[in-house]
Design a protein around this ligand. Structure first.
Ligand code: HEM
Length: 398
């Protein structure tokens, strides 16, 4: 089994990981060089011990950069551009202390009407259609619209910034194809972030970069840290959310749960953890071992590289009964690792849950007969980290 394992193939990896959890829960993948962790307890342990396992590994490109791509990226020192999720201490805690309070309950309450407004617009645009691809319509740009509202990015820039952030995903976690094009996009993307921040610092308004600008003026974080946060958030704030919403709707429809939720008027907000458990779009994360350490039966030496398969841990039968099934009311769904755990726990967790509840409610209200279109095979972009359906065709009415 392990000989045929390909970490880039996320189309239907669940059977393999079920086998791995009982036969070889931590195994070495010769192709990637990673130790692959498949059990919830091991992944949880690694995420919770940041002093032993560094997230800095997740900055590194999975595929080596071509000389051409390297030359294009050289002027921006690409290897020094990264978000909070791959920043370690001493900087991480100081920066998170500035950022985290800005994502409080009041912020989420205030954001809700904007999310409803944005979602309304996307749903109105597909009304009257018989069949639509949800991945390339509602779900592709809605999360970007939300995070760009938070970041004060103009709506007109969305398609462009979306393309650039796709390039960042492809260059970091994808294969060796089209690296020069992606590299050129990243150069533009970084210039865009820097310019946005300098505008917000000069003329603050009611958005996150303006608040971060205040922390910069007060000496709590540096200008570069504000720029890097923006560079990270523009990306992490939507690619994962688009993928999660698409895979969640697919799962709700395929399992028949959509009908049950509507028939029993179950609030979507109550189902979100079970969907995050089953459909984690950040399917894997990586860690570097900082010192010789015991993990399960193994001693891993300093410098070992780990692939934490969150999508496997979330279906670990030692933690979740009937792990492959979507069970409404499951008592321990919240034990999923889809948004991380501990030190690097996702800052956008409340935004993700809000977006999911708002958009699913709206779809249910407008298209109660929504169903998967017949005969449409679903493919997933080859990638070691983000599990993202390429398309999701649905019939909107009967
Ligand atoms: C379904 C959507 C999302 C998923 C699946 C997801 C997943 C994750 C995961 C697994 C981590 C932990 C990374 C690690 O430990 O290596 C993380 C961290 C993070 N996420 Fe999210 N995320 C999502 C949406 C968002 C949104 C909307 C934002 C925007 C605010 C965001 C911002 C962040 C940041 C800044 C971190 C780093 C936190 C830290 O290092 O302390 N994420 N996310």
């Amino acid at each position: 089994m392990i000989e045929t394992f390909d970490p880039m193939d996320l189309s239907d990896p669940f059977g393999f990981y079920r086998w791995a959890r009982s036969n070889s829960p931590i195994f070495h993948d010769a192709r990637s060089g990673y130790w692959v962790l498949t059990k919830h307890k091991h992944i949880h342990h690694v995420l919770g011990n940041e002093h032993l396992f560094s997230a800095e590994l997740d900055r590194v490109n999975y595929s080596d950069l071509s000389p051409e791509a390297r030359e294009i990226l050289e002027p921006i020192r690409f290897e020094e551009l990264y978000g909070l999720s791959t920043t370690e201490n001493p900087s991480h805690d100081r920066v998170k202390r500035v950022l985290l309070p800005l994502f409080n309950d009041l912020f989420i309450r205030n954001l809700k009407p904007a999310v409803e407004d944005i979602a309304d617009g996307y749903v109105a645009a597909i009304k009257g259609e018989r069949q639509v691809d949800m991945a390339s319509t509602v779900f592709r740009d809605l999360p970007a619209d939300v995070i760009f509202t938070v970041l004060g990015v103009p709506r007109a820039d969305i398609p462009q910034v979306k393309e650039w952030s796709h390039s960042r995903m492809a260059l970091t976690w994808g294969g060796p194809g089209e690296q020069a094009r992606h590299a050129a996009n990243i150069v533009k993307y970084w210039a865009y972030c820097r310019e946005l921040i300098s505008r917000k610092i000069e003329a603050p308004s009611d958005d996150l970069p303006s608040l971060l600008g205040e922390s910069y003026r007060n000496g709590l974080i540096s200008l570069r840290e504000v720029e890097l946060l923006c560079y990270g958030l523009i990306f992490s704030g939507h690619a994962t959310t688009s993928a999660f919403l698409t895979e969640s709707l697919r799962t709700l429809l395929a399992s028949g749960t959509w009908r049950r939720i509507l028939a029993e008027s179950i609030p979507f907000a109550e189902t979100v953890d079970e969907l995050l458990r089953l459909c984690p779009s950040a399917f894997t994360r990586r860690r570097l071992v900082l010192d010789d350490v015991r993990l399960g039966e193994l001693i891993l030496s300093k410098g070992s590289e780990l692939l934490l398969v969150i999508g496997s841990g979330n279906r670990d039968e030692d933690v979740f009964d009937r792990p492959d099934e979507l069970i409404l009311g499951r008592q321990n769904s919240h034990k999923h690792l889809a948004l991380g755990y501990g030190f690097h726990y996702c800052i956008g967790a409340k935004i993700v849950k809000l977006e999911y509840a708002v958009v699913m409610n709206l779809l249910a209200r407008n298209f109660p007969d929504l169903r998967l279109s017949a005969g449409m095979a679903i493919t997933y972009h080859p990638n070691i980290s983000i599990r993202s359906p390429d398309s999701l065709f649905v019939d909107l009415s009967g």
